[in-house]
Design a protein around this ligand. Structure first.
Ligand code: SAH
Ligand code: SF4
Ligand code: F3S
Length: 467
């Protein structure tokens, strides 16, 4: 199987021709679209690509799903809740479509890569128009064209990835910050996780591709980039010309115009000393590291197939903190994994306390059919998981509050991102360590990195003033 990403310019050109053809029909027709994105940054980035193509075709963004002509759900299946949400919305849209039969409904993303989901859609949701997966979203224009020509419901889901088709239009939320895929898929098969089954095997883009993309973004005014991959620390290990993530970062650091570099996600098993050193020396890599530990119990970690122990994780954190004293750590934690005892859970609490995370994303284990953990003995009853979850959340929030108030009185650089949605007299931005800050200011500050004095703090945001 190919592990290096190969790019098909031919296919990109074919799609551009279709987009152009379709735009002759759709441009100036006033047709609107509404896209809902569930799941992680990968999906958010995929939706930017979908928006780019839809707007090139001539669809106009709408802020109301009910009245949009083209409704699209970019789905996630990492936990059951995300799936239930989609089925719920589809039920609701059925009635709306009865009144407006011209409305097109499309589904794409990770959930569609599961056969059981596709079967269910075919059987019970006949009002949908287009279904495609994670490997072929660049084909959306072609799929719309086929749907319009044939009037049939289109199902086009690939079980394996093909060549990567890049260089198609894309629309970012912000002009000054952008996400870049550096790799696709995942090889880790953590026993609870569906991602490797729906996103395919790990494959890295070449450094040249990545650097060229970032250089172009920098010329367009992008100052902050987020490098995306399920496990960025293993970037490059399967390229023909091997390269490490640390080397890639060092090369990106040299790109003029880029001021801030973020990345996610780092798997602890592949966090090297070389990488820690590059982070420590860099002036552009942000003071932020997302390092999911999932469980504080080495027994549970083994069952999860995470390939590290609690001790190894804590050692890593220690090294990172010594090398980068200002770094804000964040993490993902699962409670209620099969077999998790009260003692295992206590270990998780201890790690949270010992590390002191600025941000922690906490999840109740969700059984995913097809993963090894789904058939493990000793699934934890919901009431116990919930109780543990609430206890964990309380601790996580208390620590987040401590981390937040420690900023009061400091002067920090903030990238101003947007006018505050609740209060138009305020703007909101992020510190290098990813803390959110609100301050008085207007539109003209957006996209600038400015010194801000922190004057107050709540658990999940800071208040500041320009200095
Ligand atoms: N590749 C990233 C995570 C991607 S999924 C990493 O390894 O860190 C994001 C998070 O969802 C995971 O870190 C995990 O905490 C959570 N998650 C994944 N599968 C889950 C499941 N079956 N139930 C509950 N949480 C899950
Ligand atoms: Fe899932 Fe593990 Fe891969 Fe992350 S590293 S996507 S948790 S299998
Ligand atoms: Fe992301 Fe959900 Fe897919 S977490 S990779 S959108 S299953």
């Amino acid at each position: 199987m190919r592990e290096q990403v190969t790019i098909s310019h031919e296919e990109a050109n074919r799609q551009k021709t279709i987009i152009h053809r379709l735009s002759k029909k759709i441009k100036d027709s006033g047709l609107t679209y509404f896209i809902t994105t569930l799941g992680c940054q990968m999906n958010v980035h995929d939706s930017e690509k979908l928006k780019g193509i839809l707007e090139e075709i001539g669809y106009i963004p709408s802020d109301k799903e009910e009245s949009a002509d083209f409704v699209i759900y970019n789905t996630c299946c990492v936990r059951e809740n995300a799936e239930l949400k989609v089925y719920g919305r589809l039920g609701y849209l059925k009635n709306i479509k009865k009144e407006r039969p011209g409305m097109l409904i499309a589904l794409c993303g990770c959930m569609m890569q599961q056969d059981t989901v596709v079967q269910k859609l075919k059987k019970s949701f006949k009002h949908i128009d287009l279904v495609f997966g994670t490997h072929n979203l660049y084909k959306i224009a072609e799929l719309i064209e086929t749907r319009l020509e044939t009037g049939e419901t289109i199902f086009d889901i690939w079980t394996e990835h093909g060549d990567i088709v890049e260089d198609l239009p894309s629309i970012r939320k912000h002009s000054f910050k952008a996400s870049i895929n550096i790799m696709y898929g995942c090889n880790n098969f953590c026993s609870y996780c569906i991602v490797p089954y729906v996103r395919g095997r790990e494959r890295s883009r070449t450094p040249d591709d990545i650097i060229n993309e970032i250089k172009v973004l920098a010329t367009e005014g992008v100052v902050e980039i987020m490098l995306l991959g399920q496990n960025v620390n293993s970037y490059g290990s399967n390229l023909d010309d091997k390269i490490t993530f640390a080397t890639l970062l060092a090369q990106i650091e040299k790109i003029k115009g880029i001021e801030r570099i973020r990345f996610m996600t780092s798997h602890p098993k592949d966090l090297s000393d070389e990488l820690i050193a590059v982070i420590a020396q860099s002036t552009k890599i942000c003071d932020q590291l997302h390092l999911p530990f999932q469980s504080g119990s080495s027994t549970v970690l083994d069952q999860m197939n995470r390939k590290y122990t609690k001790e190894h994780y804590l050692q890593l954190v220690d090294k990172v903190k010594k090398a980068c004293p200002n770094i804000a750590l964040s993490t993902d934690i699962i409670v209620g994994f099969p077999g998790e005892s009260e003692e295992d859970f206590e270990d998780t609490l201890k790690v949270v306390e010992e590390v002191g995370y600025d941000f922690a994303y906490t999840f109740i284990y969700s059984k995913r059919t097809g993963t090894p953990a789904a058939i493990m003995a000793d699934q934890i009853p919901e009431d116990i998981s919930k109780e543990r979850f609430n206890k964990l959340l309380k601790l996580v929030n208390a620590i987040a509050y401590e981390k937040s108030i420690a900023h009061i009185g400091k002067v920090v650089d903030v990238l101003i991102e947007e006018v505050n949605q609740q209060n138009p007299l305020l703007v909101s931005g992020r510190l290098s360590n990813n803390h959110l800050v609100h301050l008085t200011g207007g539109q003209e500050l957006i996209g600038k990195i400015l010194p801000v004095k922190i004057i107050n703090a709540k658990s999940f945001y800071l208040m500041g003033e320009l200095v």
